[in-house]
Design a protein. Structure first.
Length: 131
């Protein structure tokens, strides 16, 4: 059941690092969250997201950028956006990162919403990067 599925997810995550982002506002935009600063280097495994209140007007897409120069410049970290489909509150997973994606101590990460819920219903979005 659901408890066993969640237990297996937790076990598979042991020994990894994570960055967690929370969004109350799922409207389209760039730089939607406080910046996460990387303290442990590594390579990305996956990006996960879910909406406590599902999008109802359009799919919600989420992308991530990385800065290596204290937010002077930003570059894409995800290759294609992660999608939360209309009416979904499930956890969605993406492994689509730019070629040779890696994290170094001191890098900064931010979340973008290339496509927001067109009716503005989606709320309380949780985004987690695992590396």
């Amino acid at each position: 059941g659901e408890a066993a599925r969640l237990s297996s997810i937790r076990a598979a995550d042991e020994g990894f690092q994570k960055a967690t982002f929370g969004l109350n506002d799922a409207s389209q935009g760039t730089d939607k969250t406080p910046h996460f600063f990387v303290l442990v280097a590594g390579s990305p495994v996956n990006l996960r997201a879910n909406a406590k209140v599902a999008p109802i007007g359009s799919n919600l897409t989420i992308s991530m950028d990385k800065s290596t120069d204290q937010s002077v410049t930003w570059a894409a970290f995800t290759d294609t956006p992660l999608t939360i489909p209309i009416a979904s509150t499930l956890i969605h997973v993406s492994t689509s990162f730019v070629t040779n994606a890696s994290l170094s101590v001191g890098d900064l990460l931010r979340i973008n919403i290339p496509q927001g819920d067109s009716l503005g219903a989606a709320e309380e979005i949780e985004v987690v990067l695992k590396w």
